[in-house]
Design a protein around this ligand. Structure first.
Ligand code: ADP
Length: 395
Protein backbone atom coordinates (compact mmCIF):
# COMPACT_ATOMS: atom_id res chain seq x y z
CA UNK A 1 0.00 0.00 0.00
CA UNK A 2 1.26 3.48 -0.91
CA UNK A 3 1.05 5.99 1.92
CA UNK A 4 1.17 9.71 1.19
CA UNK A 5 2.90 11.55 4.03
CA UNK A 6 2.04 15.23 4.33
CA UNK A 7 3.85 17.81 6.45
CA UNK A 8 1.93 21.04 6.04
CA UNK A 9 3.30 24.40 7.20
CA UNK A 10 1.69 27.81 6.88
CA UNK A 11 3.13 28.52 3.42
CA UNK A 12 4.85 25.26 2.50
CA UNK A 13 4.00 21.59 2.19
CA UNK A 14 6.42 18.68 2.14
CA UNK A 15 5.27 15.30 0.90
CA UNK A 16 6.55 11.76 0.40
CA UNK A 17 4.91 8.73 -1.14
CA UNK A 18 6.14 5.58 0.59
CA UNK A 19 5.39 1.94 -0.20
CA UNK A 20 4.37 0.69 3.24
CA UNK A 21 5.25 -2.95 2.58
CA UNK A 22 8.76 -2.44 1.19
CA UNK A 23 9.27 0.85 3.10
CA UNK A 24 10.78 2.26 -0.11
CA UNK A 25 10.36 5.89 -1.07
CA UNK A 26 8.36 6.22 -4.30
CA UNK A 27 8.57 9.99 -4.67
CA UNK A 28 8.99 13.12 -2.60
CA UNK A 29 8.67 16.83 -3.02
CA UNK A 30 7.85 20.24 -1.73
CA UNK A 31 5.41 23.06 -2.45
CA UNK A 32 6.77 26.45 -1.49
CA UNK A 33 5.30 29.95 -1.16
CA UNK A 34 1.71 28.74 -1.04
CA UNK A 35 -0.55 31.79 -1.26
CA UNK A 36 2.41 34.04 -2.06
CA UNK A 37 3.81 35.23 -5.40
CA UNK A 38 6.35 32.91 -6.98
CA UNK A 39 5.03 29.60 -5.67
CA UNK A 40 6.68 26.45 -6.98
CA UNK A 41 6.49 22.69 -6.70
CA UNK A 42 9.53 20.43 -6.58
CA UNK A 43 8.88 16.77 -7.41
CA UNK A 44 11.48 14.01 -7.18
CA UNK A 45 10.44 10.52 -8.27
CA UNK A 46 12.74 7.89 -6.69
CA UNK A 47 15.64 7.25 -9.05
CA UNK A 48 14.38 9.92 -11.48
CA UNK A 49 15.19 13.52 -12.24
CA UNK A 50 14.05 16.28 -9.93
CA UNK A 51 11.38 18.47 -11.53
CA UNK A 52 10.98 22.08 -10.38
CA UNK A 53 7.99 23.96 -11.71
CA UNK A 54 6.64 27.45 -11.05
CA UNK A 55 2.89 27.13 -10.56
CA UNK A 56 0.36 29.40 -8.90
CA UNK A 57 -1.09 27.96 -5.67
CA UNK A 58 -3.61 30.24 -4.04
CA UNK A 59 -4.10 27.89 -1.11
CA UNK A 60 -3.20 24.46 0.28
CA UNK A 61 -5.98 22.76 -1.63
CA UNK A 62 -4.48 23.94 -4.90
CA UNK A 63 -1.05 22.84 -3.67
CA UNK A 64 -2.31 19.32 -2.84
CA UNK A 65 -4.04 19.16 -6.23
CA UNK A 66 -0.65 19.87 -7.85
CA UNK A 67 0.97 17.17 -5.72
CA UNK A 68 -1.66 14.63 -6.78
CA UNK A 69 -1.29 15.72 -10.43
CA UNK A 70 2.48 15.26 -10.19
CA UNK A 71 2.13 11.81 -8.59
CA UNK A 72 -0.28 10.64 -11.31
CA UNK A 73 1.28 12.45 -14.31
CA UNK A 74 1.32 10.16 -17.34
CA UNK A 75 4.97 10.79 -18.19
CA UNK A 76 6.74 11.65 -14.95
CA UNK A 77 4.30 10.35 -12.32
CA UNK A 78 4.77 7.29 -10.11
CA UNK A 79 1.23 5.89 -9.84
CA UNK A 80 -1.46 5.35 -12.47
CA UNK A 81 -4.32 6.79 -10.45
CA UNK A 82 -5.20 8.04 -7.00
CA UNK A 83 -6.67 4.60 -6.27
CA UNK A 84 -3.10 3.48 -5.72
CA UNK A 85 -2.78 5.73 -2.66
CA UNK A 86 -4.15 3.76 0.29
CA UNK A 87 -3.95 6.35 3.06
CA UNK A 88 -2.55 9.73 4.02
CA UNK A 89 -0.42 10.28 7.13
CA UNK A 90 -0.38 13.86 8.39
CA UNK A 91 2.25 15.29 10.67
CA UNK A 92 0.39 17.22 13.37
CA UNK A 93 2.57 19.30 15.66
CA UNK A 94 0.54 19.48 18.87
CA UNK A 95 -1.69 16.78 20.29
CA UNK A 96 -1.87 18.27 23.79
CA UNK A 97 -2.61 15.69 26.47
CA UNK A 98 -5.29 14.07 24.31
CA UNK A 99 -3.08 12.06 21.98
CA UNK A 100 -0.42 9.65 23.19
CA UNK A 101 -0.36 7.89 19.83
CA UNK A 102 -1.29 8.27 16.18
CA UNK A 103 -4.97 8.15 15.39
CA UNK A 104 -7.34 7.86 12.43
CA UNK A 105 -8.76 11.31 11.70
CA UNK A 106 -12.48 11.75 12.41
CA UNK A 107 -14.47 14.97 12.88
CA UNK A 108 -13.92 14.56 16.66
CA UNK A 109 -10.15 14.22 16.20
CA UNK A 110 -10.12 17.35 14.04
CA UNK A 111 -11.98 19.23 16.77
CA UNK A 112 -9.47 18.01 19.36
CA UNK A 113 -6.59 19.23 17.16
CA UNK A 114 -8.39 22.56 16.80
CA UNK A 115 -8.77 22.68 20.60
CA UNK A 116 -4.98 22.43 20.98
CA UNK A 117 -4.41 25.30 18.54
CA UNK A 118 -3.60 27.90 21.17
CA UNK A 119 -0.68 25.68 22.27
CA UNK A 120 0.71 25.73 18.69
CA UNK A 121 -0.92 28.68 16.93
CA UNK A 122 1.49 28.67 13.99
CA UNK A 123 1.39 24.94 13.35
CA UNK A 124 -1.88 23.20 14.20
CA UNK A 125 -4.12 25.40 12.02
CA UNK A 126 -1.76 24.91 9.06
CA UNK A 127 -1.66 21.14 9.69
CA UNK A 128 -5.47 21.05 9.69
CA UNK A 129 -5.67 22.95 6.41
CA UNK A 130 -3.64 20.09 4.91
CA UNK A 131 -6.08 17.54 6.33
CA UNK A 132 -9.10 19.43 4.96
CA UNK A 133 -7.50 19.79 1.53
CA UNK A 134 -6.69 16.07 1.32
CA UNK A 135 -10.17 15.09 2.50
CA UNK A 136 -11.72 17.28 -0.19
CA UNK A 137 -9.54 15.91 -2.99
CA UNK A 138 -9.30 12.27 -1.88
CA UNK A 139 -12.74 11.38 -0.53
CA UNK A 140 -12.91 8.00 1.19
CA UNK A 141 -9.15 7.69 1.64
CA UNK A 142 -8.32 7.19 5.35
CA UNK A 143 -6.35 10.00 6.98
CA UNK A 144 -4.15 9.50 10.03
CA UNK A 145 -2.76 12.12 12.40
CA UNK A 146 0.75 11.50 13.76
CA UNK A 147 1.62 13.92 16.55
CA UNK A 148 5.01 15.46 17.34
CA UNK A 149 4.08 15.47 21.01
CA UNK A 150 2.70 11.93 21.36
CA UNK A 151 5.93 10.07 22.13
CA UNK A 152 6.58 12.34 25.12
CA UNK A 153 3.21 11.73 26.75
CA UNK A 154 4.77 8.97 28.89
CA UNK A 155 6.79 11.55 30.86
CA UNK A 156 6.07 11.47 34.59
CA UNK A 157 4.53 14.46 36.31
CA UNK A 158 7.82 15.51 37.91
CA UNK A 159 9.33 15.91 34.43
CA UNK A 160 6.45 17.68 32.74
CA UNK A 161 5.27 20.12 35.43
CA UNK A 162 6.68 23.64 35.66
CA UNK A 163 7.26 25.06 39.13
CA UNK A 164 4.58 27.74 38.80
CA UNK A 165 1.21 27.78 40.58
CA UNK A 166 -0.40 24.40 39.93
CA UNK A 167 -3.63 26.08 38.87
CA UNK A 168 -1.94 27.06 35.58
CA UNK A 169 -1.59 23.40 34.76
CA UNK A 170 -5.16 22.71 35.83
CA UNK A 171 -6.68 25.69 34.02
CA UNK A 172 -4.61 26.06 30.87
CA UNK A 173 -2.66 22.77 30.70
CA UNK A 174 0.62 24.67 30.92
CA UNK A 175 3.21 21.89 31.09
CA UNK A 176 6.10 20.39 29.15
CA UNK A 177 4.88 18.57 26.04
CA UNK A 178 8.04 18.13 23.97
CA UNK A 179 8.34 17.95 20.17
CA UNK A 180 10.19 16.00 17.46
CA UNK A 181 8.54 12.97 19.08
CA UNK A 182 8.35 10.99 15.85
CA UNK A 183 12.10 11.38 15.46
CA UNK A 184 12.95 10.50 19.08
CA UNK A 185 10.69 7.46 18.80
CA UNK A 186 12.21 6.28 15.51
CA UNK A 187 15.84 6.86 16.54
CA UNK A 188 15.54 5.28 19.99
CA UNK A 189 13.90 2.15 18.51
CA UNK A 190 16.57 1.98 15.83
CA UNK A 191 19.26 2.25 18.53
CA UNK A 192 17.86 -0.80 20.31
CA UNK A 193 17.87 -2.72 17.01
CA UNK A 194 21.48 -1.74 16.30
CA UNK A 195 22.54 -2.70 19.84
CA UNK A 196 20.62 -5.98 19.50
CA UNK A 197 18.94 -5.51 22.89
CA UNK A 198 15.28 -5.27 23.92
CA UNK A 199 14.03 -1.66 23.77
CA UNK A 200 12.46 -2.13 27.19
CA UNK A 201 15.83 -2.91 28.80
CA UNK A 202 17.71 0.19 27.66
CA UNK A 203 18.45 3.73 28.78
CA UNK A 204 18.85 5.88 25.66
CA UNK A 205 19.50 9.59 25.13
CA UNK A 206 18.51 10.94 21.70
CA UNK A 207 20.05 14.26 20.59
CA UNK A 208 17.96 15.59 17.69
CA UNK A 209 20.22 18.45 16.62
CA UNK A 210 18.87 20.33 13.62
CA UNK A 211 17.82 23.87 13.05
CA UNK A 212 15.34 23.10 15.80
CA UNK A 213 17.01 20.95 18.45
CA UNK A 214 15.77 18.79 21.28
CA UNK A 215 17.00 15.95 23.41
CA UNK A 216 15.13 13.17 25.12
CA UNK A 217 15.68 10.52 27.76
CA UNK A 218 14.12 7.14 26.97
CA UNK A 219 14.17 4.66 29.85
CA UNK A 220 12.88 1.11 29.50
CA UNK A 221 10.96 1.96 26.35
CA UNK A 222 9.30 5.13 27.61
CA UNK A 223 10.22 8.76 27.17
CA UNK A 224 10.90 10.11 30.67
CA UNK A 225 12.09 13.63 29.85
CA UNK A 226 12.69 15.97 26.94
CA UNK A 227 14.13 19.43 26.53
CA UNK A 228 11.46 21.26 24.53
CA UNK A 229 8.63 22.48 26.66
CA UNK A 230 5.11 23.77 26.23
CA UNK A 231 6.47 25.23 22.99
CA UNK A 232 9.59 24.41 20.93
CA UNK A 233 11.42 27.42 22.40
CA UNK A 234 12.76 25.73 25.54
CA UNK A 235 15.88 23.66 26.00
CA UNK A 236 18.91 23.48 23.75
CA UNK A 237 20.43 26.40 21.86
CA UNK A 238 19.01 26.16 18.33
CA UNK A 239 19.54 27.80 14.94
CA UNK A 240 17.57 30.93 15.81
CA UNK A 241 15.83 29.99 19.10
CA UNK A 242 17.36 30.82 22.47
CA UNK A 243 16.40 27.67 24.34
CA UNK A 244 16.56 28.02 28.15
CA UNK A 245 17.04 31.44 29.66
CA UNK A 246 16.24 33.37 32.82
CA UNK A 247 12.62 34.52 32.32
CA UNK A 248 13.46 37.82 34.07
CA UNK A 249 15.45 38.76 30.93
CA UNK A 250 12.16 39.33 29.12
CA UNK A 251 11.11 42.07 31.53
CA UNK A 252 14.60 43.56 31.51
CA UNK A 253 14.74 43.90 27.71
CA UNK A 254 11.13 45.11 27.61
CA UNK A 255 11.99 47.94 30.00
CA UNK A 256 15.30 48.86 28.39
CA UNK A 257 14.06 48.90 24.81
CA UNK A 258 10.34 49.54 25.27
CA UNK A 259 9.45 46.31 23.54
CA UNK A 260 6.23 44.35 23.77
CA UNK A 261 6.11 40.69 24.78
CA UNK A 262 5.31 39.85 21.16
CA UNK A 263 8.44 41.65 19.94
CA UNK A 264 10.58 39.90 22.53
CA UNK A 265 9.15 36.51 21.55
CA UNK A 266 10.17 37.24 17.96
CA UNK A 267 13.72 37.99 19.14
CA UNK A 268 13.85 34.75 21.14
CA UNK A 269 12.42 32.65 18.30
CA UNK A 270 14.00 34.23 15.24
CA UNK A 271 17.09 36.26 16.21
CA UNK A 272 18.63 34.19 19.00
CA UNK A 273 20.28 30.76 19.20
CA UNK A 274 23.57 30.37 17.33
CA UNK A 275 22.50 33.17 14.97
CA UNK A 276 22.27 35.59 17.88
CA UNK A 277 25.34 34.26 19.69
CA UNK A 278 27.45 34.59 16.53
CA UNK A 279 26.51 38.25 16.25
CA UNK A 280 24.26 37.53 13.28
CA UNK A 281 26.84 35.47 11.35
CA UNK A 282 24.53 32.54 10.60
CA UNK A 283 22.01 30.07 11.92
CA UNK A 284 23.56 27.40 9.70
CA UNK A 285 26.16 25.31 11.52
CA UNK A 286 28.25 24.93 8.37
CA UNK A 287 28.83 28.70 8.34
CA UNK A 288 29.82 28.70 12.00
CA UNK A 289 32.66 26.26 11.38
CA UNK A 290 34.55 28.89 9.31
CA UNK A 291 37.21 29.57 11.93
CA UNK A 292 35.76 32.92 13.02
CA UNK A 293 35.69 34.03 16.65
CA UNK A 294 31.93 34.62 16.37
CA UNK A 295 31.22 31.16 14.99
CA UNK A 296 33.41 29.48 17.58
CA UNK A 297 31.63 31.36 20.38
CA UNK A 298 28.24 30.11 19.20
CA UNK A 299 29.43 26.54 18.70
CA UNK A 300 31.05 26.37 22.14
CA UNK A 301 27.86 27.52 23.83
CA UNK A 302 25.82 25.03 21.78
CA UNK A 303 28.13 22.17 22.73
CA UNK A 304 28.19 23.22 26.40
CA UNK A 305 24.38 23.35 26.65
CA UNK A 306 23.92 20.02 24.87
CA UNK A 307 26.51 18.28 27.07
CA UNK A 308 24.85 19.71 30.18
CA UNK A 309 21.50 18.28 29.10
CA UNK A 310 23.05 14.88 28.42
CA UNK A 311 24.49 14.92 31.95
CA UNK A 312 21.15 15.84 33.46
CA UNK A 313 19.41 13.00 31.61
CA UNK A 314 22.02 10.51 32.78
CA UNK A 315 21.03 11.65 36.28
CA UNK A 316 17.29 11.49 35.50
CA UNK A 317 17.67 7.86 34.31
CA UNK A 318 20.39 6.91 36.80
CA UNK A 319 22.58 5.78 33.91
CA UNK A 320 22.72 5.55 30.14
CA UNK A 321 23.48 2.75 27.67
CA UNK A 322 23.57 4.71 24.42
CA UNK A 323 23.65 8.30 23.21
CA UNK A 324 22.33 8.92 19.69
CA UNK A 325 22.93 11.85 17.36
CA UNK A 326 20.43 12.68 14.65
CA UNK A 327 19.05 15.48 12.38
CA UNK A 328 21.06 17.93 10.24
CA UNK A 329 23.76 18.83 12.75
CA UNK A 330 23.77 15.52 14.64
CA UNK A 331 24.11 13.50 11.44
CA UNK A 332 26.67 15.75 9.76
CA UNK A 333 28.73 17.82 12.14
CA UNK A 334 31.81 15.77 12.93
CA UNK A 335 33.18 18.60 15.08
CA UNK A 336 30.08 19.12 17.18
CA UNK A 337 29.77 15.38 17.92
CA UNK A 338 33.44 15.15 18.80
CA UNK A 339 33.38 18.23 21.04
CA UNK A 340 30.31 17.03 22.97
CA UNK A 341 31.65 13.51 23.51
CA UNK A 342 35.42 13.98 23.81
CA UNK A 343 35.39 17.17 25.89
CA UNK A 344 32.44 16.40 28.16
CA UNK A 345 31.48 12.72 28.31
CA UNK A 346 34.68 10.91 29.23
CA UNK A 347 33.19 10.22 32.67
CA UNK A 348 30.64 7.93 30.98
CA UNK A 349 33.49 5.79 29.68
CA UNK A 350 33.12 7.15 26.15
CA UNK A 351 36.00 7.26 23.69
CA UNK A 352 35.27 8.46 20.17
CA UNK A 353 36.59 6.44 17.22
CA UNK A 354 37.91 9.40 15.23
CA UNK A 355 37.83 7.55 11.93
CA UNK A 356 34.25 6.36 12.33
CA UNK A 357 33.24 9.87 13.39
CA UNK A 358 34.39 11.29 10.02
CA UNK A 359 31.31 9.73 8.40
CA UNK A 360 28.33 11.95 7.68
CA UNK A 361 24.68 11.14 7.22
CA UNK A 362 24.88 7.40 7.76
CA UNK A 363 24.13 4.95 10.53
CA UNK A 364 27.34 4.30 12.41
CA UNK A 365 28.69 3.62 15.89
CA UNK A 366 31.24 6.35 16.61
CA UNK A 367 32.38 5.14 20.05
CA UNK A 368 35.23 2.65 20.29
CA UNK A 369 34.26 -1.00 20.95
CA UNK A 370 35.52 -0.77 24.54
CA UNK A 371 33.46 2.35 25.36
CA UNK A 372 31.19 1.74 28.35
CA UNK A 373 28.43 3.89 26.81
CA UNK A 374 27.74 3.53 23.09
CA UNK A 375 27.52 6.58 20.84
CA UNK A 376 25.54 6.14 17.62
CA UNK A 377 24.76 8.34 14.64
CA UNK A 378 21.30 7.41 13.34
CA UNK A 379 19.81 9.43 10.47
CA UNK A 380 16.24 10.21 11.40
CA UNK A 381 13.39 9.40 9.05
CA UNK A 382 10.25 11.05 10.33
CA UNK A 383 8.34 10.43 7.09
CA UNK A 384 8.97 6.69 7.22
CA UNK A 385 7.91 6.66 10.87
CA UNK A 386 4.69 8.50 9.93
CA UNK A 387 4.07 6.05 7.05
CA UNK A 388 4.60 3.07 9.40
CA UNK A 389 2.21 4.43 12.02
CA UNK A 390 -0.36 5.27 9.34
CA UNK A 391 -0.13 1.82 7.77
CA UNK A 392 -0.45 0.13 11.16
CA UNK A 393 -3.79 1.90 11.69
CA UNK A 394 -5.32 1.38 8.24
CA UNK A 395 -4.08 -1.95 6.92
P1 ADP B 1 15.22 21.34 10.55
O1 ADP B 1 14.49 20.09 10.07
O2 ADP B 1 14.99 21.66 11.99
O3 ADP B 1 15.10 22.53 9.64
P2 ADP B 1 17.63 19.86 9.90
O4 ADP B 1 17.55 18.64 10.71
O5 ADP B 1 17.38 19.76 8.44
O6 ADP B 1 16.76 21.01 10.54
O7 ADP B 1 19.07 20.49 10.12
C1 ADP B 1 19.46 21.67 9.53
C2 ADP B 1 20.81 22.07 10.11
O8 ADP B 1 21.76 21.04 9.81
C3 ADP B 1 21.34 23.37 9.55
O9 ADP B 1 21.64 24.28 10.59
C4 ADP B 1 22.63 22.92 8.88
O10 ADP B 1 23.64 23.82 9.09
C5 ADP B 1 23.01 21.65 9.59
N1 ADP B 1 23.92 20.87 8.74
C6 ADP B 1 23.64 20.26 7.58
N2 ADP B 1 24.78 19.72 7.06
C7 ADP B 1 25.79 20.02 7.92
C8 ADP B 1 27.20 19.76 7.96
N3 ADP B 1 27.80 19.09 6.99
N4 ADP B 1 27.90 20.23 8.99
C9 ADP B 1 27.30 20.93 9.98
N5 ADP B 1 25.99 21.20 10.00
C10 ADP B 1 25.25 20.77 8.99
Amino acid sequence: MNILVINCGSSSLKFQLIDAQTEKLTAKGLCERIGINGSQITFSPAGGEKIVRQAPMADHKEAIQLVLDALTDEKTGVVKSLNEIGAVGHRIVHGGEKFAEATVITPEVKQAIRDCADLAPLHNPANLIGVDACEALMPGVPMVAVFDTAFHQTMPEEAYLYAIPYRYYETYKIRRYGFHGTSHDYVSHRAAEILGKPYEDLKIIVCHLGNGASISAVKNGRCVDTSMGMTPLEGLIMGTRSGDLDPAILEFIANKEEKSIGEIMTILNKESGVLGLSGGLSSDFRDLENGSVEGARALKAFVHRTAKYIGSYVAAMNGVDAICFTAGVGENSVNVRNAICSEHLGYLGITIDQEANQKRGEEIEISTPDSRTKVLVIPTNEELAIARQTYALVK
